[in-house]
Design a protein around this ligand. Structure first.
Ligand SMILES: [Zn+2]
Ligand SMILES: [Zn+2]
Length: 394
């Protein structure tokens, strides 16, 4: 009898722990969402102030984040955590093939304009007139779908004033973290018309998907970093971060978080470090990349849930899956959940671990742009785009 009790107690304890950790992760998600909302509110204000500034020919801008707001945002960031990254797989592998196998699409019509530099100087933040507390609290991740707008992020202001009717309002805020504001370096009167990346892709539900420029070399670099794990048949994951510039996202940083790796999962840990980097460099989180050392290239059910949490933060967020083993015909996939049905289905699924989803095939798809067909996807793989690697494991 005591043994039975002890088993029951063990079970209870384990359930309790799972429940606590679930609640903790839900809490962090909510905090992150509030943070995003706050940041977008700031950026919206900045945009409006620039517009009025521009109209009155008043060139200089001087935004300051109040000490309290800054501290409050900073504090929030410290308490954030990202969801764990994992996926299912199990087989063999020992070395890496050449990568990537996707065509590099050279989009002559859309010359990318890069952020001024990738260290964080090209996107300035703006003071929040609303504090986090004034933002309605989000009871679940679903309402995010109906919120907020996208800011301009270059140092000049004329884009929005001069460019006629370019839809640039996404429906969800990016998973970016507010950072200490970097003030515009030159007066807006010097601003001239600059190329604006027109949004040409949309979700299944009609929401705009701004173009993401992905440096082709980033994938090779990630595979090199992952190589040691891959040889041991362990997964590796990285976070794709970048800048929003002239209505397009540029992946400028590959951040390798501290992580626990198994043959079929990769779980981030010590996320504070990760958030510090994102915060300090004023980056948006644009998606994630991970290896399937022993499995083919697809999104597992756990991957779908992970990707959903990214996509809820940012419509455009992507999941890159690398299956380096030559025995797989497909070595690289750049995916997003369909929306609908992918995002609502996964958002409403309360199962954890590996589990089947109905109509699995409809829940996600490839989203890299095929040469010659701008409608085919919002991710443009480009050679020679600069990026940096931040390996937080060392
Ligand atoms: Zn996976
Ligand atoms: Zn599910």
């Amino acid at each position: 009898m005591p043994e039975v009790m002890s088993e029951t107690e063990k079970l209870y304890k384990s359930l309790r722990e799972n429940y606590d950790s679930y609640m903790e992760s839900e809490k962090r998600k909510r905090q992150l969402i509030e943070l995003q909302e706050a940041r977008f509110a700031k950026l919206k204000l900045e945009q409006e102030r620039r517009k009025s500034s521009s109209a009155s020919n008043n060139g200089s801008l001087n935004f300051e984040l109040s000490k309290t707001e800054e501290e409050s945002l900073s504090k929030k960031i410290r308490s954030l955590s990202s969801s764990s990254l994992s996926s299912a797989e199990a087989q063999h592998l020992s070395n890496l093939p050449n990568y990537p196998s996707l065509p590099v699409f050279d989009e002559s019509l859309e010359t990318p304009k890069l952020p001024n530099n990738i260290n964080g100087n090209s996107i300035e933040s703006q003071p929040a007139q609303r504090t986090i507390e004034t933002i309605p609290s989000v009871s679940s991740i679903v309402p995010l779908h109906n919120s907020v707008l996208a800011p301009p992020t270059n140092g000049t202001s004329s884009i929005f004033a001069d460019i006629p009717v370019v839809p640039s309002l996404p429906q969800k805020p990016p998973i970016a973290v507010p950072a200490t504001p970097i003030l515009p370096k030159k007066p807006i009167t010097t601003a001239k018309k600059e190329l604006f990346h027109k949004t040409v892709n949309f979700t299944e539900g009609g929401s705009p998907l701004r173009t993401i420029f992905l440096p082709a070399q980033l994938i090779d670099r990630f595979l090199l970093i992952a190589k040691r794990n891959t040889r041991k048949k362990l997964e590796t994951c990285g976070i794709l971060c970048g800048k929003l510039n002239r209505n397009a996202f540029f992946i400028t940083h590959l951040v390798i978080p501290e992580q626990d790796n198994t043959p079929n999962t990769c779980t981030t840990k010590n996320e504070e470090k990760l958030f510090d980097v994102i915060d300090n460099l004023d980056l948006f989180v644009l998606g994630w990349i991970h290896t399937h050392p022993t499995q083919s290239c697809f999104l597992s059910s756990v991957d779908l849930h992970t990707q959903n949490s990214y996509q809820i933060m940012l419509n455009e967020a992507i999941a890159i899956v690398c299956s380096p083993d030559d025995k797989f015909t497909k070595n690289l996939g750049i995916f997003r959940l369909t929306d609908p049905p992918g995002v609502p289905t996964i958002t409403n699924c309360s199962l954890t671990g590996f589990h089947p989803h109905p109509n699995d095939k409809d829940l996600y798809g490839e989203c890299h742009r095929q040469s010659g067909d701008v409608k085919s996807g919002h991710v443009v793989i480009k050679n020679e785009l600069p990026f940096e690697v931040k390996d937080l494991r060392s």
